[in-house]
Design a protein around this ligand. Structure first.
Ligand code: IDP
Ligand code: MG
Length: 138
């Protein structure tokens, strides 16, 4: 499974009209979309997805933000997908993200940072399964 990663285009980027630009950035970088959907997370689902951050001070704000509007969820395939995707999205805080990265180009703040990207192969597999059943994945 080392060739897949999971992403979300977060509510800020959807609301600001960046879905098309971000998907173009992703596919131009060599990622193939193998699953994709547009949906609005419930508080329960967002809390479950970010459960590893439950003890962090920003957890409640993060769940509020992630439920503030619709998102795009997708599974992406490429050699070295997890690490290469982290490179093209840039640092968590867009002010620290390298020039030309997705967060540098499209994010507003450390919380409203435009996109999610998995941080390990194990989490990529778990996050992909959280959003997509086997028959929803190409
Ligand atoms: P990552 O998305 O770059 O992997 P994580 O540390 O896993 O960053 O944090 C998950 C998400 O929580 C971030 O993408 C961001 O939306 C939010 N977040 C992280 N750190 C902060 C913070 O210090 N304040 C507010 N929100 C934060
Ligand atoms: Mg993370």
């Amino acid at each position: 499974m080392s060739n897949i990663t999971f992403t979300m285009i977060k509510p800020d980027a959807v609301a600001n009209g960046h879905i098309g630009n971000i998907l173009n950035h992703i596919t131009t970088a060599g990622f193939k979309i193998v699953a994709m959907k547009y949906l609005h997370l419930s508080t329960e689902k967002a809390g479950e997805f970010y459960g590893i951050h439950r003890e962090r001070p920003f957890f409640n704000d993060l769940v509020s933000f992630m439920t503030s509007g619709p998102i795009v969820a997708a599974v992406l395939q490429k050699d070295n997908a997890v690490a290469d995707f982290r490179t093209i999205i840039g640092a968590t805080d867009p002010k620290k993200a390298d020039a030309g990265t997705i967060r540098n180009l499209y994010a507003d703040s450390i919380e409203a940072n435009a996109v999610h990207g998995s941080d390990s192969d194990e989490n990529a597999a778990n996050e992909a399964s959280f959003f997509f059943s086997a028959f929803e994945r190409y």
